[in-house]
Design a protein around this ligand. Structure first.
Ligand SMILES: C[S@@+](CC[C@H](N)C(=O)[O-])C[C@H]1O[C@@H](n2cnc3c(N)ncnc32)[C@H](O)[C@@H]1O
Ligand code: SF4
Length: 378
Protein backbone atom coordinates (compact mmCIF):
# COMPACT_ATOMS: atom_id res chain seq x y z
CA UNK A 1 0.00 0.00 0.00
CA UNK A 2 1.18 3.56 -0.67
CA UNK A 3 1.40 6.21 2.03
CA UNK A 4 3.10 9.39 0.88
CA UNK A 5 4.14 10.27 4.45
CA UNK A 6 5.89 6.92 4.81
CA UNK A 7 7.51 7.22 1.37
CA UNK A 8 8.79 10.72 2.25
CA UNK A 9 10.14 9.50 5.60
CA UNK A 10 7.94 11.93 7.55
CA UNK A 11 5.92 9.22 9.37
CA UNK A 12 7.34 5.76 9.98
CA UNK A 13 4.57 4.38 12.21
CA UNK A 14 3.61 1.64 9.71
CA UNK A 15 6.91 -0.19 9.29
CA UNK A 16 5.53 -2.80 6.88
CA UNK A 17 3.15 -0.67 4.83
CA UNK A 18 5.04 -1.29 1.58
CA UNK A 19 4.86 -5.07 2.00
CA UNK A 20 1.78 -6.88 0.59
CA UNK A 21 -0.74 -7.71 3.32
CA UNK A 22 -0.44 -11.45 2.62
CA UNK A 23 3.30 -11.30 3.36
CA UNK A 24 2.72 -9.25 6.50
CA UNK A 25 0.20 -11.83 7.70
CA UNK A 26 2.49 -14.75 6.92
CA UNK A 27 5.30 -13.14 8.95
CA UNK A 28 2.98 -12.53 11.92
CA UNK A 29 1.61 -16.07 11.79
CA UNK A 30 5.09 -17.53 11.64
CA UNK A 31 6.22 -15.51 14.69
CA UNK A 32 3.11 -16.60 16.59
CA UNK A 33 3.65 -20.26 15.72
CA UNK A 34 7.24 -19.99 16.92
CA UNK A 35 6.25 -18.38 20.23
CA UNK A 36 3.45 -20.88 20.89
CA UNK A 37 5.35 -23.97 19.68
CA UNK A 38 5.97 -25.22 23.27
CA UNK A 39 2.21 -25.48 23.85
CA UNK A 40 1.46 -27.73 20.82
CA UNK A 41 -1.92 -26.24 19.90
CA UNK A 42 -4.45 -28.85 18.68
CA UNK A 43 -5.96 -26.54 16.07
CA UNK A 44 -4.74 -23.43 14.22
CA UNK A 45 -7.47 -21.48 12.47
CA UNK A 46 -6.52 -19.26 9.50
CA UNK A 47 -5.67 -15.61 10.31
CA UNK A 48 -8.46 -13.05 10.09
CA UNK A 49 -7.80 -9.71 8.42
CA UNK A 50 -9.80 -6.63 7.47
CA UNK A 51 -9.37 -3.72 5.05
CA UNK A 52 -5.89 -2.28 4.41
CA UNK A 53 -7.00 1.34 4.62
CA UNK A 54 -9.67 3.37 6.38
CA UNK A 55 -9.91 0.80 9.20
CA UNK A 56 -8.87 2.87 12.22
CA UNK A 57 -11.61 4.44 14.34
CA UNK A 58 -9.38 6.48 16.63
CA UNK A 59 -6.98 9.36 15.90
CA UNK A 60 -4.62 10.77 18.53
CA UNK A 61 -3.24 13.98 17.04
CA UNK A 62 -0.50 16.03 18.63
CA UNK A 63 -1.30 19.73 18.14
CA UNK A 64 1.82 21.43 16.81
CA UNK A 65 2.83 24.67 15.11
CA UNK A 66 1.56 28.11 16.14
CA UNK A 67 -1.92 29.52 16.88
CA UNK A 68 -2.08 31.17 13.42
CA UNK A 69 -0.99 27.94 11.72
CA UNK A 70 -1.76 24.87 13.85
CA UNK A 71 -0.91 21.39 12.62
CA UNK A 72 -2.54 18.14 13.78
CA UNK A 73 -0.11 15.26 13.47
CA UNK A 74 3.33 14.38 14.75
CA UNK A 75 6.74 16.01 14.97
CA UNK A 76 8.67 14.84 11.87
CA UNK A 77 12.20 13.38 11.93
CA UNK A 78 13.69 16.88 11.47
CA UNK A 79 11.51 18.28 14.29
CA UNK A 80 9.19 20.08 11.84
CA UNK A 81 5.46 19.35 12.36
CA UNK A 82 3.82 16.91 9.92
CA UNK A 83 0.06 17.08 9.39
CA UNK A 84 -1.44 13.57 9.45
CA UNK A 85 -5.03 14.63 8.70
CA UNK A 86 -4.80 12.66 5.43
CA UNK A 87 -3.40 9.48 7.02
CA UNK A 88 -4.93 6.65 4.94
CA UNK A 89 -5.60 4.51 8.03
CA UNK A 90 -8.62 6.74 8.76
CA UNK A 91 -11.93 6.58 6.85
CA UNK A 92 -12.41 9.46 4.39
CA UNK A 93 -15.00 11.30 6.50
CA UNK A 94 -12.62 11.18 9.45
CA UNK A 95 -9.80 12.64 7.33
CA UNK A 96 -12.13 15.46 6.27
CA UNK A 97 -13.11 16.19 9.86
CA UNK A 98 -9.45 16.23 10.94
CA UNK A 99 -8.75 18.84 8.24
CA UNK A 100 -11.70 20.86 9.47
CA UNK A 101 -10.43 20.60 13.06
CA UNK A 102 -7.06 21.99 12.01
CA UNK A 103 -8.92 25.06 10.70
CA UNK A 104 -11.11 25.14 13.81
CA UNK A 105 -8.07 25.45 16.09
CA UNK A 106 -6.78 28.29 13.93
CA UNK A 107 -10.11 30.13 13.87
CA UNK A 108 -10.59 29.67 17.63
CA UNK A 109 -7.05 31.02 18.13
CA UNK A 110 -6.00 28.31 20.59
CA UNK A 111 -2.22 28.24 21.00
CA UNK A 112 -0.76 24.72 20.61
CA UNK A 113 1.19 23.55 23.66
CA UNK A 114 4.95 23.79 23.12
CA UNK A 115 6.79 21.02 24.96
CA UNK A 116 10.17 22.74 24.56
CA UNK A 117 8.89 25.98 26.14
CA UNK A 118 6.21 24.45 28.46
CA UNK A 119 3.86 27.12 27.03
CA UNK A 120 0.56 27.12 25.13
CA UNK A 121 -2.76 25.39 25.75
CA UNK A 122 -3.88 22.69 23.31
CA UNK A 123 -1.91 19.44 23.62
CA UNK A 124 -3.86 16.80 21.68
CA UNK A 125 -7.04 16.26 19.70
CA UNK A 126 -8.57 12.81 20.13
CA UNK A 127 -11.22 11.74 17.65
CA UNK A 128 -13.16 8.45 17.73
CA UNK A 129 -15.61 7.26 15.07
CA UNK A 130 -18.48 4.81 15.48
CA UNK A 131 -18.55 2.48 12.50
CA UNK A 132 -22.28 1.79 12.72
CA UNK A 133 -23.31 5.43 12.25
CA UNK A 134 -20.23 7.44 11.19
CA UNK A 135 -20.75 9.53 14.36
CA UNK A 136 -17.81 11.05 16.22
CA UNK A 137 -16.58 11.73 19.73
CA UNK A 138 -14.24 14.76 19.83
CA UNK A 139 -11.94 15.51 22.78
CA UNK A 140 -9.59 18.45 23.29
CA UNK A 141 -6.70 17.77 25.70
CA UNK A 142 -5.79 21.13 27.27
CA UNK A 143 -3.14 22.28 29.74
CA UNK A 144 -5.72 24.36 31.61
CA UNK A 145 -9.32 25.54 31.35
CA UNK A 146 -8.17 28.90 29.92
CA UNK A 147 -8.96 28.05 26.27
CA UNK A 148 -12.41 26.56 26.94
CA UNK A 149 -14.34 29.81 26.22
CA UNK A 150 -12.57 30.05 22.85
CA UNK A 151 -13.60 26.48 21.99
CA UNK A 152 -17.16 27.15 23.10
CA UNK A 153 -17.40 30.26 20.91
CA UNK A 154 -16.47 28.36 17.74
CA UNK A 155 -18.22 25.09 18.57
CA UNK A 156 -21.75 25.85 17.23
CA UNK A 157 -20.32 26.51 13.74
CA UNK A 158 -18.35 23.26 13.81
CA UNK A 159 -21.35 21.22 14.98
CA UNK A 160 -23.46 22.77 12.24
CA UNK A 161 -20.88 21.91 9.56
CA UNK A 162 -20.37 18.39 11.02
CA UNK A 163 -23.63 17.22 12.64
CA UNK A 164 -22.06 13.78 12.91
CA UNK A 165 -20.03 15.03 15.92
CA UNK A 166 -22.13 13.67 18.78
CA UNK A 167 -19.89 14.03 21.85
CA UNK A 168 -17.52 16.92 22.65
CA UNK A 169 -15.37 17.07 25.79
CA UNK A 170 -12.26 18.72 27.16
CA UNK A 171 -9.69 16.71 29.07
CA UNK A 172 -7.44 18.68 31.38
CA UNK A 173 -3.81 17.55 31.52
CA UNK A 174 -1.92 20.18 33.52
CA UNK A 175 1.24 18.11 33.92
CA UNK A 176 4.17 18.77 31.57
CA UNK A 177 5.36 15.72 29.55
CA UNK A 178 2.91 13.47 31.36
CA UNK A 179 0.79 10.69 29.88
CA UNK A 180 -1.68 11.62 27.17
CA UNK A 181 -4.76 12.31 29.29
CA UNK A 182 -5.45 13.84 32.67
CA UNK A 183 -8.02 12.92 35.31
CA UNK A 184 -10.54 15.70 34.74
CA UNK A 185 -12.98 15.46 31.81
CA UNK A 186 -15.35 18.37 31.11
CA UNK A 187 -18.36 17.74 28.91
CA UNK A 188 -18.96 20.56 26.38
CA UNK A 189 -21.71 19.47 23.99
CA UNK A 190 -23.79 16.60 22.67
CA UNK A 191 -24.34 13.25 24.31
CA UNK A 192 -22.46 11.58 27.16
CA UNK A 193 -21.26 8.64 25.03
CA UNK A 194 -20.93 7.32 21.48
CA UNK A 195 -22.96 4.29 20.43
CA UNK A 196 -21.33 1.47 18.43
CA UNK A 197 -22.86 -1.84 17.38
CA UNK A 198 -20.94 -5.06 16.62
CA UNK A 199 -22.92 -8.15 15.56
CA UNK A 200 -26.14 -6.56 16.86
CA UNK A 201 -24.57 -6.04 20.30
CA UNK A 202 -24.71 -2.35 21.36
CA UNK A 203 -21.43 -1.12 22.85
CA UNK A 204 -20.71 2.33 24.23
CA UNK A 205 -17.60 4.47 23.92
CA UNK A 206 -16.96 7.00 26.70
CA UNK A 207 -14.03 9.41 26.87
CA UNK A 208 -11.91 7.38 29.27
CA UNK A 209 -12.85 3.82 28.46
CA UNK A 210 -10.74 1.55 26.27
CA UNK A 211 -12.29 0.60 22.93
CA UNK A 212 -10.90 -1.61 20.17
CA UNK A 213 -9.45 0.55 17.36
CA UNK A 214 -10.18 -1.70 14.35
CA UNK A 215 -13.96 -2.23 14.30
CA UNK A 216 -14.11 -4.68 11.37
CA UNK A 217 -11.58 -7.07 12.91
CA UNK A 218 -12.80 -6.52 16.50
CA UNK A 219 -16.34 -7.52 15.47
CA UNK A 220 -14.92 -10.78 14.05
CA UNK A 221 -12.89 -11.35 17.22
CA UNK A 222 -15.96 -11.04 19.47
CA UNK A 223 -18.00 -13.17 17.09
CA UNK A 224 -15.34 -15.91 17.18
CA UNK A 225 -15.32 -15.84 21.00
CA UNK A 226 -19.11 -16.28 20.91
CA UNK A 227 -18.88 -19.20 18.47
CA UNK A 228 -16.05 -20.94 20.33
CA UNK A 229 -17.98 -20.85 23.61
CA UNK A 230 -21.34 -21.92 22.15
CA UNK A 231 -20.62 -25.71 22.04
CA UNK A 232 -19.16 -25.50 25.57
CA UNK A 233 -22.53 -24.12 26.77
CA UNK A 234 -21.18 -22.64 30.01
CA UNK A 235 -23.61 -21.80 32.79
CA UNK A 236 -21.29 -19.15 34.19
CA UNK A 237 -18.56 -16.93 32.69
CA UNK A 238 -16.13 -14.37 34.09
CA UNK A 239 -14.91 -11.69 31.66
CA UNK A 240 -11.76 -10.22 33.26
CA UNK A 241 -10.32 -6.94 31.89
CA UNK A 242 -13.73 -6.60 30.25
CA UNK A 243 -13.58 -2.92 29.20
CA UNK A 244 -17.05 -1.97 27.92
CA UNK A 245 -17.99 -5.67 27.90
CA UNK A 246 -17.46 -6.74 24.26
CA UNK A 247 -16.48 -10.37 24.96
CA UNK A 248 -18.89 -11.12 27.78
CA UNK A 249 -21.87 -9.44 26.10
CA UNK A 250 -21.26 -11.44 22.91
CA UNK A 251 -21.19 -14.71 24.85
CA UNK A 252 -24.07 -13.96 27.24
CA UNK A 253 -27.62 -15.16 26.91
CA UNK A 254 -30.42 -15.31 29.45
CA UNK A 255 -29.08 -18.60 30.88
CA UNK A 256 -25.44 -17.66 31.48
CA UNK A 257 -24.39 -15.99 34.72
CA UNK A 258 -21.91 -13.35 33.50
CA UNK A 259 -19.48 -11.44 35.72
CA UNK A 260 -17.41 -8.67 34.08
CA UNK A 261 -14.45 -7.07 35.88
CA UNK A 262 -12.64 -3.92 34.73
CA UNK A 263 -10.59 -1.26 36.51
CA UNK A 264 -12.12 1.79 34.72
CA UNK A 265 -15.47 2.78 36.22
CA UNK A 266 -16.58 4.57 33.03
CA UNK A 267 -16.18 1.40 31.00
CA UNK A 268 -18.23 -0.54 33.55
CA UNK A 269 -21.02 2.05 33.29
CA UNK A 270 -21.04 1.43 29.50
CA UNK A 271 -21.10 -2.36 29.94
CA UNK A 272 -24.07 -2.12 32.32
CA UNK A 273 -25.98 0.06 29.86
CA UNK A 274 -25.39 -2.44 27.03
CA UNK A 275 -26.52 -5.35 29.25
CA UNK A 276 -29.67 -3.43 30.16
CA UNK A 277 -30.45 -2.75 26.49
CA UNK A 278 -29.95 -6.41 25.64
CA UNK A 279 -32.37 -7.31 28.44
CA UNK A 280 -29.71 -9.43 30.19
CA UNK A 281 -30.48 -9.94 33.86
CA UNK A 282 -27.89 -12.49 35.00
CA UNK A 283 -25.01 -10.07 34.65
CA UNK A 284 -22.80 -8.36 37.17
CA UNK A 285 -20.24 -5.80 35.94
CA UNK A 286 -17.94 -4.37 38.61
CA UNK A 287 -15.13 -1.80 38.58
CA UNK A 288 -12.31 -3.73 40.27
CA UNK A 289 -8.76 -4.92 39.76
CA UNK A 290 -8.98 -8.39 38.14
CA UNK A 291 -6.36 -9.98 40.40
CA UNK A 292 -7.98 -8.56 43.56
CA UNK A 293 -11.36 -9.80 42.39
CA UNK A 294 -10.00 -13.31 41.80
CA UNK A 295 -8.17 -13.25 45.15
CA UNK A 296 -11.50 -12.68 46.91
CA UNK A 297 -13.11 -15.77 45.36
CA UNK A 298 -13.03 -19.37 46.56
CA UNK A 299 -13.11 -22.60 44.58
CA UNK A 300 -16.91 -23.05 44.95
CA UNK A 301 -17.54 -19.79 43.07
CA UNK A 302 -15.43 -20.62 40.01
CA UNK A 303 -17.25 -20.34 36.65
CA UNK A 304 -17.10 -22.80 33.74
CA UNK A 305 -15.18 -20.32 31.56
CA UNK A 306 -12.86 -17.44 32.40
CA UNK A 307 -12.19 -14.93 29.61
CA UNK A 308 -9.12 -12.69 29.97
CA UNK A 309 -8.18 -9.78 27.67
CA UNK A 310 -5.41 -7.89 29.47
CA UNK A 311 -3.30 -4.91 28.35
CA UNK A 312 0.07 -5.59 26.67
CA UNK A 313 1.75 -6.59 29.94
CA UNK A 314 -0.39 -9.76 30.12
CA UNK A 315 -2.21 -11.12 33.17
CA UNK A 316 0.92 -11.65 35.29
CA UNK A 317 2.05 -14.44 37.58
CA UNK A 318 -0.40 -13.85 40.45
CA UNK A 319 -3.45 -14.19 38.20
CA UNK A 320 -1.88 -17.15 36.32
CA UNK A 321 -1.49 -18.87 39.70
CA UNK A 322 -5.08 -18.09 40.66
CA UNK A 323 -6.38 -19.44 37.33
CA UNK A 324 -4.34 -22.64 37.81
CA UNK A 325 -5.78 -23.07 41.33
CA UNK A 326 -9.36 -22.30 40.29
CA UNK A 327 -9.08 -24.68 37.33
CA UNK A 328 -12.18 -23.61 35.35
CA UNK A 329 -13.05 -26.04 32.52
CA UNK A 330 -11.93 -23.47 29.91
CA UNK A 331 -9.91 -20.25 29.72
CA UNK A 332 -10.35 -17.98 26.69
CA UNK A 333 -7.36 -15.66 26.40
CA UNK A 334 -7.41 -12.71 23.96
CA UNK A 335 -4.01 -11.07 23.77
CA UNK A 336 -2.51 -8.08 21.93
CA UNK A 337 1.03 -9.21 22.81
CA UNK A 338 2.13 -12.74 21.81
CA UNK A 339 5.27 -12.52 23.99
CA UNK A 340 3.34 -11.99 27.24
CA UNK A 341 0.72 -14.50 26.05
CA UNK A 342 3.45 -17.15 25.75
CA UNK A 343 4.81 -16.23 29.22
CA UNK A 344 1.35 -16.44 30.78
CA UNK A 345 0.55 -19.76 29.07
CA UNK A 346 3.78 -21.18 30.50
CA UNK A 347 2.71 -20.00 33.97
CA UNK A 348 -0.81 -21.50 33.86
CA UNK A 349 -0.74 -25.16 34.99
CA UNK A 350 -3.03 -28.00 33.99
CA UNK A 351 -4.29 -26.85 30.58
CA UNK A 352 -3.82 -27.75 26.93
CA UNK A 353 -3.99 -25.22 24.12
CA UNK A 354 -7.02 -26.29 22.15
CA UNK A 355 -7.38 -23.59 19.47
CA UNK A 356 -5.52 -20.47 18.30
CA UNK A 357 -6.36 -17.76 15.78
CA UNK A 358 -4.56 -14.56 14.78
CA UNK A 359 -6.61 -11.39 14.20
CA UNK A 360 -4.79 -8.69 12.22
CA UNK A 361 -6.07 -5.79 14.26
CA UNK A 362 -3.08 -3.52 13.48
CA UNK A 363 -2.12 -3.96 9.79
CA UNK A 364 1.26 -2.59 8.59
CA UNK A 365 2.76 -2.78 12.11
CA UNK A 366 4.37 -5.60 14.11
CA UNK A 367 1.29 -5.85 16.35
CA UNK A 368 -1.66 -8.25 16.19
CA UNK A 369 -4.32 -9.85 18.40
CA UNK A 370 -4.49 -13.56 19.26
CA UNK A 371 -7.45 -15.57 20.51
CA UNK A 372 -6.48 -18.76 22.37
CA UNK A 373 -8.77 -21.36 23.93
CA UNK A 374 -7.33 -23.45 26.79
CA UNK A 375 -9.00 -26.65 27.99
CA UNK A 376 -8.42 -28.14 31.44
CA UNK A 377 -6.52 -31.43 31.26
CA UNK A 378 -8.69 -34.43 31.98
C1 LIG B 1 -6.95 -4.77 26.00
S1 LIG B 1 -8.17 -3.88 26.94
C2 LIG B 1 -9.53 -4.95 26.70
C3 LIG B 1 -10.89 -4.41 26.98
C4 LIG B 1 -12.07 -5.26 26.52
N1 LIG B 1 -11.94 -6.66 26.83
C5 LIG B 1 -12.36 -5.05 25.05
O1 LIG B 1 -12.50 -6.01 24.30
O2 LIG B 1 -12.48 -3.89 24.64
C6 LIG B 1 -7.65 -4.16 28.57
C7 LIG B 1 -8.56 -3.59 29.62
O3 LIG B 1 -8.06 -3.93 30.91
C8 LIG B 1 -8.31 -2.87 31.80
N2 LIG B 1 -7.39 -3.05 32.94
C9 LIG B 1 -6.09 -2.70 33.04
N3 LIG B 1 -5.58 -3.13 34.21
C10 LIG B 1 -6.58 -3.77 34.86
C11 LIG B 1 -6.66 -4.46 36.11
N4 LIG B 1 -5.61 -4.53 36.89
N5 LIG B 1 -7.83 -5.03 36.44
C12 LIG B 1 -8.92 -4.93 35.63
N6 LIG B 1 -8.90 -4.30 34.43
C13 LIG B 1 -7.74 -3.73 34.05
C14 LIG B 1 -8.08 -1.63 30.95
O4 LIG B 1 -8.73 -0.50 31.52
C15 LIG B 1 -8.69 -2.07 29.62
O5 LIG B 1 -10.04 -1.72 29.54
S1 SF4 C 1 0.32 6.18 10.48
FE1 SF4 C 1 -0.66 6.95 8.60
S2 SF4 C 1 0.73 8.52 7.85
FE2 SF4 C 1 1.92 7.27 9.28
S3 SF4 C 1 2.91 5.68 8.04
FE3 SF4 C 1 0.94 4.84 8.79
S4 SF4 C 1 -0.47 5.24 7.11
FE4 SF4 C 1 1.27 6.61 6.79
Amino acid sequence: MICHHFAAGSCQSCRHIQQPLTEQLAAKQSLLQQLLAPFAAHEWLPPVSGPQTGFRNKAKMVVLGAAHQPILGIPGPDGEPVSLCDCPLYPTDMQQLLQQLQQFVQQAGIPPYRIDKARGELKFILLTRAQVSGEFMLRFVLRSSEAIPRIERQLPGLLQAFPSIKVVTVNLQPVHMARLEGEEEIWLAGEPRLREVFNEVPLYIRPKSFFQTNPVVAAQLYQSAREWLRPIAPSSVWDLFCGVGGFGLHCANGDIQLTGIEIEAEAIACARLSAQQLGLENVNFQALDSTDFAAGKNATEVPDVIIVNPPRRGIGNALCQQLSDFAPAYILYSSCNPQTLAQDLAAIDGYCLQRVQLFDMFPHTDHFEVLALLRRNA
